[in-house]
Design a protein around this ligand. Structure first.
Ligand code: BGC
Length: 762
């Protein structure tokens, strides 16, 4: 049941303040109250600047974690409402909370702590409707009490330190003696919006058992083991241990191991990523930190003594998005690739779409989100998740219309004024993708003005003669084709002005379509004309009449072909040039974040489906399957994160859990299995089944939970016959485009259909 309160209380918290470099213990806050009559219903609405976990009468409220999530706390914070009717009782009651530093005052964005504020603040309102209808309210105010909790230190990047000897048993129960607790500090009301979140909360989504324990040494003094979960993921561990009072156990985390079997932690950079637990007794104790998470596959445990037993369980955390898509095919390594893509999504969709979950970064990089969103929409229902993030992005937009590189906004050196080509454009591409996948017009309407302001900014400040990031402007030209293999630095070899102008054209094309959806006739005209002028400028500057392109990188051709920037007559020769480069590299790609998402699509659409499959099935470096052949269980940030010849890439930027290259997932669903949307009838009102078999694949299947029910396809090739079964959900129609383009499309109604065609034209 939804319940939207007006908060009548004050923001409260502890009187203790940490420093920019070190935090203080997480405070408990509590209050007792009496309910003298039977109650009907009770709702607790609650939020924090920082993180909170609430309890009523000794029982935890809700099953969320890391609430209320990350927003730009200078502007906005989200509250959660819980039905707490069952937690209350007639007579004495108590409500309490423990407050964590989180994104508000912990380390964030490569900055010292306290980016947004110096200590957590808490706001709550309990509304109890009595049996006769009268409403009794408890709010946060000066009557609450506070004391330090056993969480001695907590930080999302550094980890958590817990001393169980300091536990205060019954701290949130009625009747607990809080006489020695202090009064809370009451803060001035921060000028920000307190709203209901459009996003699903973060929860403990799953548990993972270790697959191996590697004993490193066991001595009576220390002891050390490395536990392997067999899967790289985001979350934390639950430790069960029988120790002795005062014994401290230390947990360190890593995604991969060094050749000598120790944890490879260099790529975590400044993030300490270490948890400490101090036992209170010699009984069995169970502990899981509450205010931190790590990105890891391996845990090193030390402080365990010889003969002491312990267990460790992996706890997977992410935004609670329903799983919607499944993909499988006859190629086991491609199935592993799909798994790795899904794990990349789980690991990096933790309230914000982050670049990575492990090092001291974990930021909502706009480019990464834009690159991956289409694939994300297949795997899970990310509609609410992106509604929230689009609000983050809008909150981050500069007064002049510029869209920065990161959202939520934070005072970071990294969050430069403008994200540049393929990064800032997320502001148009992401809502458009959500509209296509969910038929969601609202997201377009909500952000339309902000998109227009962004494009005006680009036109006025970043373009010369319709060329965006023109070198003469000598301004920041963007991140290039980030991490492509064809340049000397991280930006790859594709010209920045080419990328900029290609995305400028793409933006205006999308904007004219959005304006059409929203019925803004004048804008349709404006963006259509602007688009025409940009395409002309692009052709003049970058394309020869023969379809040869300046720079000639794979991404150059991919963008130009994908965004329709090459004159029709020259398309074939441009596509040939792209293939020539792929062949020259022994059927390998060289694209970075910007070109990779469209690479296979462009090949397939321009007569080179065979080459697209060669790249997809390629197992040698660089390729999607090379990391998998080397044990990857998530998508790597770099094609060469590790190679047998060179070992680990530069430790300063070597995440093993970045989702960008996982953008190939959309092609596996849409082309290998053959299930896709129809942009003219968004939200899968009309489904396109268009499998294009190739490579060594003999069968494939995909299913998708659409708003109208499940759509699915399965096909297999047997003795030259292509057989397929599809499911068309009620309330939709579909068109099946047979694999041989010489065969006519088949229009399908809702229901189950079996279809088959010989694979040789007859
Ligand atoms: C991040 C990327 C991001 C990039 C911008 C990196 O540090 O990890 O994924 O898009 O910076 O160039």
């Amino acid at each position: 049941m939804s319940h939207a309160p007006v908060f009548h209380g004050s923001w409260i918290g502890s009187t203790s303040v940490g420093s920019p470099f070190w935090g203080v213990p997480a405070p408990y806050v509590r209050k007792s109250f009496v309910l003298d009559r039977p109650i009907q219903k009770a709702f607790l609405s609650v939020t924090a600047l920082g993180l909170y976990e609430c309890e009523i009468n000794g029982r935890k409220v809700g099953d969320m974690t890391l609430s209320p999530g990350w927003t730009n706390y200078h502007k906005r914070v989200y509250f959660q409402t819980h039905d707490v009717t069952d937690l209350l009782q007639i007579g004495d009651n108590a409500i309490g909370a423990i407050l964590g530093d989180g994104w508000y005052c912990g380390f964030v964005a490569l900055q010292p702590r306290q980016s947004y504020g110096d200590r957590p603040q808490f706001l709550a309102q309990l509304e109890v409707t009595m049996a006769e209808g009268e409403v009794f309210i408890v709010v946060t105010d000066e009557s609450w009490k506070t004391v330090a909790s056993p969480v001695l230190q907590n930080d999302l990047l550094a980890g958590e330190t817990y001393d169980a000897r300091l536990e205060k048993s019954g701290w949130s129960a009625a009747g607990f003696a809080d006489g020695d607790w202090q009064s809370v500090e009451v803060f001035q009301h921060p000028k920000l919006m307190v709203e209901k979140s459009p996003a699903p909360p973060v929860r403990r989504i799953g548990e993972i058992q270790p697959v191996a324990t590697i004993e490193k040494s066991a001595s009576s003094s220390g002891g050390l083991a490395i536990i392997d979960f067999g899967q790289n993921f985001s979350g934390r561990v639950r430790l069960t241990v029988r120790g002795s009072r005062g014994q401290t156990i230390k947990l360190r985390f890593a995604e991969v191991l060094n050749p000598d079997g120790t944890l490879y932690t260099e790529n975590l950079r400044a993030a300490r990523v270490t948890d400490y637990y101090t036992c209170k007794s010699s009984e069995e104790e169970v502990w899981e930190p509450r205010f931190t998470f790590h990105g890891f596959r391996y845990v090193e445990i030390s402080g365990i003594k010889k003969g002491q037993s312990f267990q460790i369980l992996g706890v997977v955390l992410h935004s609670d998005m329903p799983v919607t898509g499944r993909f499988r095919c006859s190629h086991p390594l491609l199935n592993q690739l799909q798994q790795n893509i899904v794990w990349g999504q789980k690991s990096n969709f933790l309230d914000v779409p982050t670049d990575c979950p492990q090092r001291d970064e974990r930021l909502g990089w706009t480019g990464d989100a834009q690159v991956f969103i289409r694939t994300a929409c297949f795997n899970m229902n990310v509609r609410g998740f992106f509604h929230k993030w689009m609000q983050d992005l809008r909150d981050a937009q500069r007064p002049n219309g510029a869209v920065p590189a990161i959202a939520p906004d934070c005072d970071s050196v990294q969050n430069i004024e403008e994200g540049g080509p393929a990064w800032a454009d997320a502001t148009i591409i992401c809502p458009w993708t959500i509209y296509l996948c969910y038929g969601d017009v609202q997201i377009l309407a909500d952000h339309y003005d902000s998109m227009k302001r962004f494009l005006e900014f680009v036109t006025l400040n970043r373009c010369k003669n319709n060329i965006r990031s023109h070198p003469d402007l000598n301004k920041f030209g963007g991140f290039g084709d980030w991490l492509a293999l064809d340049g000397s630095g991280n930006e790859g070899g594709t010209a920045r002005d080419l990328i900029g102008t290609a995305f400028y054209a793409y933006d205006t094309e999308i904007m004219s379509r959005i304006a059409t959806v929203l019925g803004r006739e004048e804008d349709v005209q404006h963006f259509t004309h602007l688009h025409g002028r940009i395409v002309e400028a692009f052709r003049r500057r970058f394309v020869t009449p023969d379809g040869l392109m300046a720079g000639g990188t794979q991404t150059t051709y991919v963008l130009a072909l994908h965004f329709g920037l090459i004159p029709e007559a020259a398309r074939a020769s441009a596509a040939k040039e792209l293939v020539r480069d792929i062949e020259r590299r022994g059927f390998h790609l060289a694209t970075g974040f910007v070109g990779t998402p469209y690479l296979l699509e462009v090949l397939g659409k321009n007569g080179y489906l065979d080459i697209a499959y060669k790249l997809l099935e390629q197992e040698t470096f660089p390729s999607w399957l090379f990391p998998i052949k080397n044990g990857a269980t998530t998508i790597w940030e770099r094609w060469d994160g590790w190679t047998p010849e060179k070992g680990f890439q530069d430790k300063d930027m070597n995440s093993f859990n970045h989702y960008a290259y996982g953008a190939v997932g959309a092609w596996m669903y849409g082309v290998v299995a053959g299930l896709d949307l129809d942009p003219e009838q968004p939200g899968y009102q009309h489904i396109r089944f268009q499998p294009r078999p190739g490579g060594s694949i003999t069968w494939a299947e995909a299913s998708l939970q659409t708003a109208r029910g499940e759509a699915s396809i399965r096909w297999e090739i047997n003795e030259g016959v292509f057989r397929s079964s599809v499911k068309v959900p009620v309330g939709t129609t579909a068109t099946y485009y047979p694999p041989l383009e010489s065969e006519s499309p088949v229009v399908l109604k809702a229901g189950f259909h079996d279809l088959s065609w010989p694979l040789v034209a007859g």
